[in-house]
Write a protein that binds this ligand. Structure first.
Ligand SMILES: C[S@@+](CC[C@H](N)C(=O)[O-])C[C@H]1O[C@@H](n2cnc3c(N)ncnc32)[C@H](O)[C@@H]1O
Length: 242
């Protein structure tokens, strides 16, 4: 069996209700090898992280001091990788629990020699609560969060009122959130939640903030392609912290 890189076990950070189910999937041997070799450069070492004294300092984490964008649930990572490559003056932190996606993005980042990308392999809510310091993120992007279609599963949706409060606390002033979904009921729920948070966020158009990835430019993600094949309408929703 191939030796595993020292990855933070997701189970170590349990939450009662999770927004994800860990999907299986084979990691090609080349990606596993690259993951083992490059995890120490790209992975966040959270095993020894002391949640009682959070000290994660983005200025020390990345090679250059630049604004940090967090992407939650990057899947196979195609669009995150393209953004990190296209914007060397921004730093990107991706969080995901899907191991083939983590291996793939780390392999590609190492091949490209990117120094503005880091990867966390944990529950994004835990990461935001325990590791990311208040007022430290320039932007947060969430492309095609698990829709949890069934009524009885709606409580598992990542974006809820509590999560929006958490985002607000971790974003810098004027920081933004970009959410894209192909599930209209989820889009409507997100809109409603941000309307209820109007004291802290205002709706903005995709592409308006210069650095915000333009709707037209955003690479189609794997789940977006799937949604489009199924005839789903894709909605991009962007908000700025006041
Ligand atoms: C529907 S997929 C979309 C993936 C990708 N953004 C795309 O559009 O192709 C949602 C992804 O979010 C990840 N995810 C969901 N909840 C998460 C959480 N709390 N922390 C980290 N990743 C999460 C899942 O593992 C999954 O890969």
């Amino acid at each position: 069996m191939t030796e595993q890189a020292d990855l933070t076990p997701v189970a170590r950070h349990p939450r009662t209700i999770r927004s994800f189910v860990k999907r299986g999937g084979r990691i090609p041997p080349g990606a596993q090898k690259a993951l083992n070799a490059a995890w120490e450069h790209y992975g966040l070492a959270l095993d020894s992280y002391d949640v009682n004294t959070p000290v994660l300092n983005f200025d020390k984490l990345f090679a250059k001091v630049n604004p940090v964008i967090l992407e939650i649930g990057f899947g196979m990572g195609h669009s995150l990788l393209a953004m990190a490559k296209a914007n060397p003056d921004m730093n990107y932190l991706g969080v995901e629990v899907h191991e083939p996606g983590i291996a793939r993005i780390i392999k590609s980042a190492a091949e490209l020699g990117l120094t503005n990308l880091k990867i966390a392999r944990v529950d994004a809510v835990w990461l935001l609560q325990k590791v990311v310091l208040p007022q430290s993120l320039f932007g947060v992007q969430i492309f095609f969060p698990d829709p949890w279609h069934k009524k009885r599963h709606e409580k598992r949706r990542l974006i809820n009122a509590e999560f929006i409060t958490l985002l607000n606390s971790r974003l810098v002033k004027k920081g933004w959130v970009h959410i894209a979904t192909d599930w209209v009921p989820y889009a409507e729920q997100v809109q409603q939640l941000f309307e209820e948070a109007a004291e802290t966020f205002q709706a903005i158009l995709p592409g308006l903030q210069g650095l915000l990835p333009d709707k037209g430019e955003r690479l189609l993600t794997k789940f977006e392609r799937r949604g489009l094949r199924l005839g789903h309408e894709v909605r991009d929703l962007c908000y700025q912290k006041l």
